[in-house]
Design a protein around this ligand. Sequence first.
Ligand code: ADE
Length: 237
Amino acid sequence: MTAPLLALDVVTIFPEYLAPLSQSLVGKAIERGIIAARVHDLRAWTDDIHRTVDDSPYGGGPGMVMRAEPWARALDGLAPPEGPQPCLVIPSPAGRPLTQALAAELAARPWLLFACGRYEGIDARVIDYAAARMEVVEISLGDYVLCGGEVAVLVIVEALARLLPGVLGNSESAANDSFADGADGLLEAPAYTRPATWRGLDVPAVLLSGDHGAIERWRKEQSTARTRAIRPDLLDS
Ligand code: ADE
């Protein structure tokens, strides 16, 4: 088997949360050796009897903060300082918004190491420690707060896995997605399949016409109208 295009390490206190990585397209990409994925329990890098990963925040405030030492040991264990370095991805509501462009940027990296924070986040010094020798990207899924980074990792991995060569059945299909360059960054037109009439509802006639130019124009109009109605911000940019 040839070397994987992308190696993923995920560090979490809930390894079972990442079980869906074995499903569907991502699971197939792993099975086929396109992606190599490993999930690690952060508690393996603790050394006290309670395997403690958190402590109360300096300066006071609610919740707990993840301790720096287990994270530093995890980073050193998975990516020893003198060896090749991954891109460290930390899901956080304070990160860069996940976009198709950012997914494409990440899909071009050979090795991503995901650090799943919980509670009020990870001691901020871990980022400084890592950034001294590796690229660090904090990524937000959107303007809402999740309970931890695990679900965000699943979302990020799915978004970038489908951009890797050989992951999607039809190599064309990622190019025309909503937000992809092939669709001018607009939302996709609605899609239909058989039957042409279903419970009294018809498929738009143009799609049955066989006129590829007319179909293309119709899809473009639909994309533009949808985008104007739902995401006008995409038309501005
Ligand atoms: N962790 C908590 N909230 C998050 C968000 N919105 N995006 C990514 N990671 C998060």
